[in-house]
Design a protein around this ligand. Sequence first.
Ligand code: AMP
Ligand code: ZN
Length: 474
Amino acid sequence: MGLRFFNTLSRSVQAFVPLDASSKTVGMYCCGPTVYDFAHIGNWRTFVFADLVRRHLTFHGYAVKHVMNITDVEDKIIRRVRETRSSLREFTAQYEAAFFKDLRTLGCLEPHAKPRATEHIADIIALIEQLVARGIAYQAGDGSVYFSIEKYQGCGHHYGRLQKLDFAAMRTTERVATDEYDKEAVADFALWKAYVPDDGTVAWDSPWGKGRPGWHIECSAMSMKILGASFDLHLGGEDLKFPHHEDEIAQSEGATGRPFAKYWLHGAHLLVEGRKMSKSLGNFFTLPDLLARGFTGRDVRFLLLSAHYRETFNFTLEGLAGARTSLARIDECVGKLRDLADGAPGCAAPDVTGSDAWLDAFTGALDNDFNVAAAWGEIFKWITVTNKAIAERALSASQAATQLAAWKRANSVLGIGTAITTVAPAEIQALLAARQAARAARDFKRSDAIRDELKTRGWMIEDSPKGAKLKKIP
Ligand code: AMP
Ligand code: ZN
């Protein structure tokens, strides 16, 4: 049936047809982090989902251009810069660096472009000038430039595309200067904010005087600069639908007169133990918090990818422990397949006649609005069948190689990598050799004693057709 997913713009599941269907290129923009604090695992749910979308499109043969901006100037950042008495760049750099470190730990592919708002001020000003020239933006008495919703609608545009807005029930005459504003009001919002002393050293010159950009215009300017006036996909968390994304559409289409993003994908929020994540409730987790508890980036990625992106997901530490167990099952099976594929004398070429129909089922599940739960279901069914075949010695080396190749294809989308295998230190290897020697001499008392000794030192012996192997006890 091909890839299809829920487009917030049409409020329906639609087949994915890129704007330029012949070239197989796809432009994808995901609103990036606001670097005023460390990212929490809620944020990561959204970014890991964006990574899945990109990987799945790549799996389908699309050349994806993935853009993720860095919001490095907005209200919260300016407040923190003032409070910490640092420079803007010095302040944001620490959180930006931490963000990309986490991104790698979670196995996310680096976006192709990572524009910083502060490095696109000229593009932002040019976009506001276009809106002013079209009569859709105006400078108010406070010196700031605002987007006029009335003028925009007067030009034949519709404000309220992503979320139905009941203009009659909402306040419509106000003007808002803050980046994040009341969801109950439809108001003219700030594109360029006139300088106030609280802004400290954060200011740029503009045709409207000294000031700084509003948050919403940053994304319109950076996405269109890199991907063009119209592009394929725009992603973000559900909280960004209104006003941020609605404003992005209005600014972009108001300035260019062309349709902005074709498909909008919004991820539902992550809750912690059923509640909103907050510092005061003590349920606020960053990735380093979870690593400090002994979990890995793979464990966290697996868990974040276990639920459907449009459903609220409840994060628990038990869930994370469960993710680790599931990964161990995958790793064990893949390890056995690798041994089997390597073990054939001189031959581990994939058996092209072998079946990897499960891979089609896996792909089909993801094609269906990124149904990850069904996709994992296919993976675990495959593991059960494969384990059985291995136990019954019914899998040849080349069949194992075929299965491994299929797994690699699936994993190119899932991005869970492979387990890092720990190599046993020399004294442990020596004990294993002694145990093997004892067994060969039929001295089972000694071989059992050595096995127990290894166990107390944290190593398990696994006997396989290729001989005994050491495995670290988790
Ligand atoms: P921010 O750094 O606050 O601009 O947020 C970065 C991204 O994380 C945005 O796409 C948000 O919608 C998303 N986000 C924020 N909180 C959560 C949450 N609890 N669960 C999922 N996504 C979130
Ligand atoms: Zn944005």
